[in-house]
Design a protein around this ligand. Structure first.
Ligand code: SF4
Length: 457
């Protein structure tokens, strides 16, 4: 496999499509950032004339956009690559490209373990996918991994959903949470210029998009690295600017960091009608000792103070979180502190994870402190039960209310119903003729911890 490096500024080629009639399939592993990168890769391939199909084994090109945040990412990748090798043996013209976080981290390993891969690219150059495919078709397998980004890549995007869109506002992260591999694979924070973001949102609105989610690894740091004419546009101001775009009815964002969530952002949320009453604030642990070991930069008291601030300033706020159970060295007492914070914060929903080491992170070195699996599973279950009862109670309190839904499409639970989301991001199933992308009022009639049932109001 050749290793090529960029030695000149990136010029995005404008050219006629060269792969018309050929097909591609993309498999995305991981977070929203990866999902959005895949939309960009799809946009570039379609601009080059390709058509998407669902079955990778029948496609002329398969792109695997990898993630190393989730557990067993490499097993999933090499399992999929093994399956694709068989397809490629039958159809030697098939191209296989592997990009994303795992490719960024394990470039040489992919080359060694799967020499039938044609293109390996990283997190900083997915916008080069078409040029790399050209290279591979002419010269053979190629790998291009860049150490860092110099700007946020903006490419034509192919979205699966017409009414809702992700908008990248920044990439990278300057924090150093000891369990997290993101800073190593995504690099330091780089913000996009606010004018570019607003123009993108305006053009999405002109295309019929009514809901945008602003994306960044640490959105509360937005704009700190960017001074234009002596002025820094920070996240609160960006929310107001995006909120002024006509036609955008709902604005969400992910993810903020609790240590950086401040009053100016809560006030901007409350004062900007399009910004939804929804906040995802990752707790990770309720133990001060474990939070310090994670390098999170806050303790339980400060976290709860942020929750109180947000709830005081933003009426009807729904709160979600992430929690890791079984971080190295977590004692029963530490875990009790997590349960205490969950009781007090009363999250609407929580994504709970069992700690698993990510090679290359500081916490992965703490092998002597890893917790017994049975103990961790027991804690995980107890946390799940607590959150289950809080979620149910919170959702039951909504029964009888009339809420505005943005209809997403047919319900996956019940083919006779459609699914929609409230402004607070609650999932509601109801019988309605309203098409995807339209708004409908619903009266909530039944609740579970994870979704509600509604009737047209
Ligand atoms: S804030 Fe922490 S958890 Fe989030 S991306 Fe940065 S290092 Fe990872």
């Amino acid at each position: 496999m050749s290793l090529i490096q960029l030695d000149e500024p990136r010029v995005r080629e404008r050219r006629r499509p060269t792969r018309s009639g050929r097909t591609y399939a993309i498999r995305t592993f991981g977070c929203q950032m990866n999902v959005h990168d895949s939309e960009g890769i799809a946009g570039l391939l379609e601009a080059d004339g390709m058509k998407r199909i669902a079955e990778p084994e029948n496609a002329d090109l398969v792109v695997l956009n990898t993630c190393c945040i989730r557990e067993n990412a490499d097993q999933k990748l090499y399992g999929t690559l093994g399956m694709l090798k068989k397809a490629k043996d039958q159809r030697p013209g098939m191209l296989i490209a592997v990009g994303g976080c795992l490719a960024q981290k394990d470039e040489d390993i992919i080359q060694e373990r799967a020499p039938w891969v044609d293109v390996v690219f990283g997190t900083h150059n997915f916008d080069r996918v078409v040029s790399l495919l050209d290279y591979a078709e002419e010269w053979g397998p190629v790998m291009e991994i860049l150490e860092e980004s110099t700007e946020v890549a903006v490419v034509p995007v192919k979205r699966d959903v017409a009414h809702s869109a992700w908008v990248t506002i920044m990439i990278g992260c300057n924090n150093a949470c000891t369990f997290c591999i993101v800073p190593a694979v995504r690099g330091g924070e780089i913000s996009r210029r606010p004018g570019d973001i607003v123009r993108e949102v305006e053009s999405l609105s002109a295309d019929g998009v009514v809901e945008v989610t602003l994306l960044g690894q640490n959105v509360n740091s937005y704009g700190r690295d960017l001074e234009l004419n002596g002025h820094k546009t920070l996240f609160a101001e960006l929310l107001r600017q995006v909120g002024a775009v006509e036609g955008i009815e709902r604005i969400r964002y992910t993810s903020p960091h609790p240590k950086d969530f401040r009053e100016d952002v809560a006030v901007a949320m409350a004062e900007t009608p399009a910004v939804c009453e929804q906040l995802h604030l990752p707790l990770q642990s309720g133990s001060d000792r474990i939070l310090a070991a994670m390098h999170r930069g806050y303790n339980a008291e400060r976290f709860l103070a942020k929750v109180e601030l947000a709830r005081r300033l933003i009426p009807n706020l729904a709160l979600s979180t992430d929690i890791i159970v079984g971080f190295p060295g977590e004692t029963e007492e530490d875990f009790q502190h997590t349960l205490d914070v969950v009781e007090q914060a009363r999250f609407d929903s929580a994504f709970t994870f069992i700690y698993s080491p990510r090679p290359g992170t500081a916490a992965a070195e703490l092998v002597d402190d890893f917790i017994d699996k049975d103990v961790v599973h027991d804690r995980y279950q107890r946390l799940g039960e607590l959150q289950h009862s809080i979620g149910l109670e919170t959702n039951r309190a909504l029964i009888g209310q009339t809420v505005e839904l943005l209809i997403d499409g047919p319900s996956k639970k019940d083919p006779e119903r459609k699914s929609g989301r409230t402004r607070t991001n609650k999932l509601v199933h109801l019988k309605t003729e309203q098409p995807a992308g339209s708004f409908a009022d619903a009266r909530l009639v039944e609740a579970t911890p994870y979704f509600l049932l509604g009737e047209p109001a």
